[in-house]
Design a protein around this ligand. Structure first.
Ligand code: PGA
Length: 258
């Protein structure tokens, strides 16, 4: 949403922290920070592992998080009910107060083999259950083919969605080669992130006549580079992974969102 002044910051905790006590410490620390800051130019979303969702949800309804932070999930199953061992459905998430769901994260695409088709089904499950999908897309390597790779991924990921459904999506551009868990990760530059965002935007504008977008950048976002990304008008927020479970670093990131 290029018109929205408020930036979105999504904390993707991934499979961290290891204990609820540590999770509480992160939330307490961020809560104290929010208390000390009058103007908040961001909307905050916490995406903890499934096992912490309910407790995080309770904390977000209290103190300074109230009206400031929302609950998000890191994944969803595409069916709403059934015999699906290990899976978590949209109705289960929505009953817990989950408002955002990440789909298509590169760790699921590449480590667990989730195809564009699976991501597409999960995306539709999020929409069907009236939550907001945070749809991750991004090339694995920045070589000569990256534009075609991105277009194909976007085409398959969003296949069959209506214009209105697409407007409800947040699109997180996450170049896989820049994600901190990649052993050779190096942060992207705002210029090349914008080049990719434009490719995705033009594709969606042409194919879905979409004119309103909400693009996040994710890929080794830290307090050192967040300001460079966030000041770009094409970038509406950030999806922070590794740095979001380091409480001091995460609060530093928040302090730089203007
Ligand atoms: P990172 O992860 O910030 O640790 O690179 C981003 C993400 O994977 O969502």
């Amino acid at each position: 949403m290029e018109t929205s002044a408020k930036k979105t910051v999504i904390a993707n905790w991934k499979m961290n922290p290891q204990t609820w006590a540590e999770a509480e410490q992160i939330l307490d620390f961020v809560n104290d920070y929010l208390e000390s800051r009058n103007e908040k130019e961001f909307s905050l979303v916490f995406c903890p592992p499934f096992v912490f969702l309910e407790e995080v949800g309770k904390i977000l309804k209290t103190s300074h998080f109230e009206h400031e932070a929302s609950l998000g999930a890191q994944d969803i199953f595409w069916e709403d009910s059934g015999a699906d061992t290990g899976e978590v459905s949209g109705p289960m998430l929505s009953k817990l107060g989950v408002q955002y769901v990440i789909v298509g994260h590169s760790e699921r695409r590449w480590k667990l083999g989730e195809s564009d088709d699976v991501v597409n089904k999960k995306l539709k499950a999020v929409l069907r259950n009236e939550m907001i999908p945070v749809v991750c897309v991004g090339e694995r390597v920045r070589d000569d083919s990256f534009k075609e790779v991105l277009k194909e991924q976007v085409e398959k990921t969003f296949a069959g969605l209506s214009h209105d459904e697409l407007e409800r999506c947040i699109i997180a551009y996450e170049p896989v080669w820049a994600i901190s868990t990649n052993p050779n990760a190096r942060p992207d530059t705002p210029e090349s992130a914008i080049e990719s965002i434009k490719i995705i935007r033009d594709f969606l504008t042409f194919n879905f006549q979409l004119s309103t977008f909400n693009f996040l950048y994710g890929g080794s976002v830290t307090s050192k580079n967040v300001a460079d990304f966030i000041r770009q008008k094409e970038i509406d927020g950030v999806l922070v992974g590794g740095a979001s479970v380091n409480k001091e670093e995460f609060v530093k990131i928040l302090s730089l969102i203007k």
